[in-house]
Design a protein around this ligand. Structure first.
Ligand code: 0GY
Length: 314
């Protein structure tokens, strides 16, 4: 079988069929990001020839290097990145750590670690600029991990001032909420807990998610990934550049109720997209639809991520 065309996957890897490559001609956003803006959710993939993909991965991406990430950062007008370990690298954090180390202080990291991780490994990650770990409960992405092992990791990282990024499907929240609320560290929820945006943003499912946010004042939310959550698609039917309209009311509810606990990121290079690949410039132009005021934008893009990831700057 020949490898699908498009962007390369280096090393001894074949890119997953049907998986779209990231888009390398992003427009320059018309929305001008405030000084010090942080892209608080993005990844690097490999390059596979240098940082091999993990044997337990559920997909094989095209490469997306740190240089390409930093070029996107500069093109869009961000100052900094938070680089989240992608599942295709399993618990081998080398590619992410290499990117953070190469950023000259302009990136922090979120790692994946396994239960039983040594304190020495955690200390090395901390020295490199890692500030949290990600617990992923999305079954298509990872094998299920034992909850008591995760709890043990949480207790290990608590004295380090780290947090836990949690990723789950909305339908799983009811079952997971007590576990989340028992974790002894701040939590950061990926992509608003993946709401079904065909449902009512004021309906019981999204209220359950907002109730999680209300339960503790150190739970944060990334109001991210409209391209992943949308049902209506990238462009409004009337042709206006108001893309992903169906996701807007969900994100606005979170921004309005928790202005000081929201974060935003591109999710570049957008793993696992099959319907369309977003133009990252247009994604940035989506921000004023979910955070219309200058105060909300400053909190979302600068103050909140700086408080969480660069507290030394405060
Ligand atoms: C995201 C979302 C996804 C994938 C990953 O690490 C990953 O593989 O995070 C997804 O497939 O929903 O945050 O990038």
């Amino acid at each position: 079988m020949s490898a699908p065309a498009g962007k390369p996957t280096t090393g001894d890897f074949v890119k997953t069929e049907g998986w779209l490559d990231w888009y390398d001609g992003p427009s320059r956003p018309t929305f001008v990001l405030p000084e010090g803006a942080v892209d608080a959710h993005c990844h690097v993939f490999g390059p596979g020839g240098e940082f091999p993909y993990a044997p337990e991965r559920k997909y094989t991406p095209c490469d997306a290097s740190k240089e390409q990430l930093f070029a996107l950062r500069d093109h869009l007008g961000f100052s900094r990145n938070v680089i989240v370990q992608a599942t295709c690298h399993g618990a081998d954090n080398s590619a992410m750590v290499d990117a953070v180390r190469s950023s000259q202080g302009r990136a922090k990291g979120v790692a994946t670690v396994r239960p039983g991780v040594s304190q020495q490994e955690l200390d090395e990650l901390d020295a490199a600029g890692v500030r949290g770990v990600r617990f992923n409960f999305v079954k298509r992405l990872v094998d299920v991990l034992p909850m008591d092992g995760l709890k043990q990791v949480a207790e290990q990282i608590a004295p380090m001032g780290w947090h836990i990024v949690i990723y789950f499907e909305a339908a799983e929240l009811e079952e997971l909420a007590d576990f989340f609320l028992g974790l002894p560290v701040p939590l950061v929820v990926d992509h608003m807990g993946r709401p079904d945006v065909t449902k009512d943003p004021h309906g019981p499912e999204f209220e359950r998610f907002l109730d999680l946010m209300r339960a503790k004042d150190d739970i944060w939310c990334k109001v991210t990934c409209p391209e992943r959550l949308t049902d209506s698609g990238p462009l409004a039917l009337d042709g206006e550049q108001n893309a992903y309209q169906d996701v807007v009311p969900f994100a606005r509810r979170v921004v309005e109720e928790f202005p000081h606990r929201v974060l935003w990121g591109t999710d570049w290079p957008h793993p696992n997209l099959k319907s369309h690949m977003p133009d990252d410039g247009l994604l940035v132009d989506w921000i004023p639809h979910i955070a219309p005021t200058a105060e909300q934008q400053q909190a979302l893009l600068v103050d909140n991520p700086t408080r969480l990831y660069w507290p030394e700057d405060q």
